[in-house]
Design a protein. Structure first.
Ligand SMILES: *Cc1c(COP(=O)(O)O)cnc(C)c1O
Length: 426
């Protein structure tokens, strides 16, 4: 299996490991697979078996033994995925958000990819985060040999627990900086550094830059797995819908890839908050990022530029398989309340956006197809919002969140010059 950049007219093919080492393509494009293999073997299989079967089709320059070992190390003891009724809970990993699913595996894929490409330099994993990626990258990369992780987050745009998860992260190779501005400013700055050959050349004797944002293939592929797993575990026999709370379009894109691989998905329902660039795109066909930015109670979806959409557009797809809706903060809070009252189930604000978009979809279409809603974060991660919706305090947080307030703050710098900050570290 080979990969090409979405922006390369010559369609130069590279291996999976090379794509993982590079992150973003040198031309600014994103790496996509040249074809979509069909996955036959997933019904009734364990998560690890499905993960191995999916990855084997894409990571053809990895051996079976390598893939088995990495899958075991990533998921053997701590499977971040659970199915709870109609909810595909993806938040049982180290930082209580769905990004852990990919980031528990990614460091193994990265270090093996470096080895396969004879890169002896230290890999600098540079990421922009709206909150959850940062903590998941830091937890995944902490103390991984021959790597450094540098995380840039909007100082005013993350929840208190997201901030604490980042600023208390231990590890001799991790660095965290707040910036003034929003997530798009952080993402833009990081993308500029990736395409700034002169800046990178200044460190090229010792370091190679890569990304662990969802633009990296090593993040995207592990996310395909849970769509197959959910279908298998739900004992679905016909088609299935998935509702995906969406920001950078990485999660839902993995669902689209699963569909290309033969999973009988009826609709992929893209749920956005008031930052509804994607909802407008699916409704009108126009992708217009020139619009006001809103800070919402689902901050991990506060985004104007949705990077992974470029991968979908590259496939030249008919958009019929997608549906979408946008959900306001008021609707989100009301949904948290309603679902708690009717099912005693507490939704985090992102998952509540998904639930509300699905409720609207069902009302609008009458579609009765079996549906799973991807639950992307633990409600404990956004406890202030939950408490304002339900009026009561959440008890019994998961261990990783319970201990946060006792941990020392190790990173509290807010910077305005990212290049300078990187220079100081390296
Ligand atoms: C990152 C994130 C999302 C958005 O996922 P994308 O892959 O960026 O579309 C949704 N919910 C939560 C809780 C997240 O952390």
């Amino acid at each position: 299996m080979y990969y090409v950049s979405t922006r390369d007219v010559n369609k130069t093919k590279i291996t999976a490991s090379k794509a993982i080492v590079s992150g973003l393509a040198p031309d600014g494009g994103l790496y996509v697979p040249c074809e979509f293999p069909v996955l036959h073997d997933f019904m009734g299989k364990s998560y690890e078996e499905i993960a191995f079967n999916v990855l084997k089709l894409y990571l053809t320059d990895f051996s079976d033994d390598e893939l088995k070992e990495y899958v075991q190390l990533a998921y053997g003891k701590n499977l971040p995925v659970k199915i709870n009724g109609d909810y595909l809970e993806l938040f049982h990993g180290r930082t209580s958000a769905f990004k852990d699913v990919a980031l528990q595996l990614y460091p193994y894929l990265l270090t093996a990819s470096l080895r396969k490409n004879n890169v002896s330099k230290t890999a600098v994993v540079l990421v922009a985060t709206s909150g959850d990626t940062g903590s998941a990258v830091l937890a995944g990369m902490a103390n991984v040999p021959n790597t450094r992780a540098i995380v840039i987050y909007p100082a005013e745009g993350v929840s208190p627990i997201q901030r604490l998860q980042m600023t208390t992260q231990e590890g001799n190779n991790v660095h965290v900086f707040g910036i003034k501005g929003n997530f798009d400013d952080a993402q833009k700055a990081v993308k500029e550094i990736f395409s700034d050959e002169k800046f990178k050349a200044g460190f090229a004797d010792k370091y190679i830059f890569t990304s662990a944002n969802s633009i990296n293939l090593g993040r995207l592929l592990p996310q395909i797995v849970y769509y197959f797993y959910a279908y298998s575990e739900s004992r679905c026999s016909g088609k299935i819908n998935f509702v995906v709370p969406t920001g950078n379009f990485g999660n839902i894109l993995a669902g689209y890839y699963a569909r290309k691989m033969g999973l009988p998905i009826n609709k992929l329902i893209c749920a956005t908050n008031s930052n509804r660039v994607l909802d407008d795109f699916f409704k009108t066909g126009v992708y217009d990022t020139e619009r006001p930015f809103y800070t919402t109670i689902s901050p991990s979806m506060d985004i104007l530029v949705s990077s992974n959409l470029e991968r979908l557009i590259y496939e030249n797809v008919s958009l019929d398989m997608f549906d979408s809706d946008s959900v306001t903060d008021e609707e989100t809070l009301q949904t948290i309340k309603d679902v708690y009252n009717s099912k005693q189930y507490i939704l985090d604000p992102h998952t509540a956006v998904g639930q509300c978009a699905y409720d609207k979809y069902k009302k609008r279409t009458g579609d009765e197809t079996q549906t799973m809603i991807l639950a992307t974060a633990s409600p404990y991660k956004f406890s202030e919002t939950i408490e304002s919706a339900l009026g009561n305090v959440l008890n019994n947080p998961p261990e990783n969140i319970k201990h946060l307030s006792n941990k020392p703050i190790l990173h509290n710098e807010v910077i305005d010059n990212i290049r300078k900050a990187i220079g100081n570290i390296l």
